[in-house]
Design a protein. Structure first.
Length: 238
């Protein structure tokens, strides 16, 4: 599904990721954990085409390194950024409809079925569909951001810190939703500081430190790795 080799990316002359390689198998949940400033968000923005990058970026067997952001969305890539970037004065329903706009523009009437699918996954969004997005709780906003991304029918969904700033009970709910999303067949690339929660639901994990992969392994192995436990899990008990 996703194969990245020798990726380098950054901001201007500041190279945050000098040489990084990761893969994500179709239908899997792959997590990238690590401290603040490690380059996790930079990685997702480079994959999505928000940031320029160098190296091999292959998606579904196709080299997309030169594709623009809009083209990557059309190919089946979606990113839910850390700040969510919702249209706060618009209703929940209208935010979701914006996510399905590419299909509406092509005259694909199936977007209405996709909207109902999203409401099935996120029943709270259906309850709030006529409510302004800016009036939602933090957890509901995260649900809306994920739901809007899913309206584009992605085969690869990238999530940047979906648990950030949320209460523990809401975090559990968000991660339960991520597990439900995998049942739809979408591949999920999850960037998280909550290493314990991320490794519990992931198939494979990478530990990113100062722009480089420090460790990688099946998620269950990383969760039992003494180095990961000491650095990332010791202070994140439920």
């Amino acid at each position: 599904m996703l194969k990245i080799e020798k990726l380098s990316a950054g901001y201007g002359r500041a190279i945050v990721i000098p040489d990084l390689s990761i893969t994500a198998e179709a239908g899997s949940v792959v997590t990238v954990i690590g401290p603040n400033g490690a380059g996790k968000s930079t990685l997702l923005n480079a994959i999505m085409g928000v940031l320029p990058c160098h190296g091999k970026l292959e998606f579904n067997g196709q080299d997309v390194g030169l594709n623009k952001l809009e083209e990557r969305v059309a190919l089946g890539m979606s990113l839910v950024p850390e700040k969510m970037e919702l249209f706060t004065t618009m209703t929940v329903a209208d935010n979701l409809i914006v996510g399905g706009y590419p299909y509406m523009r092509r005259g694909d009437k199936d977007w209405l079925n996709t909207l109902q699918d999203i409401y099935s996954i996120f029943p709270r969004l259906k309850e709030r569909k006529d409510q302004a997005a800016g009036t939602l709780s933090g957890g509901e906003r995260q649900m809306l951001a994920i739901g809007r991304a899913m309206m584009a029918k992605p085969s690869l969904l990238m999530l940047d810190e979906p648990s950030l700033g949320l209460a523990p009970l809401v975090v559990k709910e968000i991660f339960k939703i991520i597990q439900e999303l995998r049942k739809t067949g979408v591949t999920i690339l999850l960037v998280e500081q909550n290493a314990r929660a991320a490794l519990e639901i992931a198939d494979y994990g990478y530990v990113l430190e100062t722009g480089a992969i420090a460790l990688e392994n099946p998620a269950s192995s990383l969760a039992n790795d003494p180095r990961v436990i000491e650095t990332y899990l010791g202070a994140s008990k439920k």
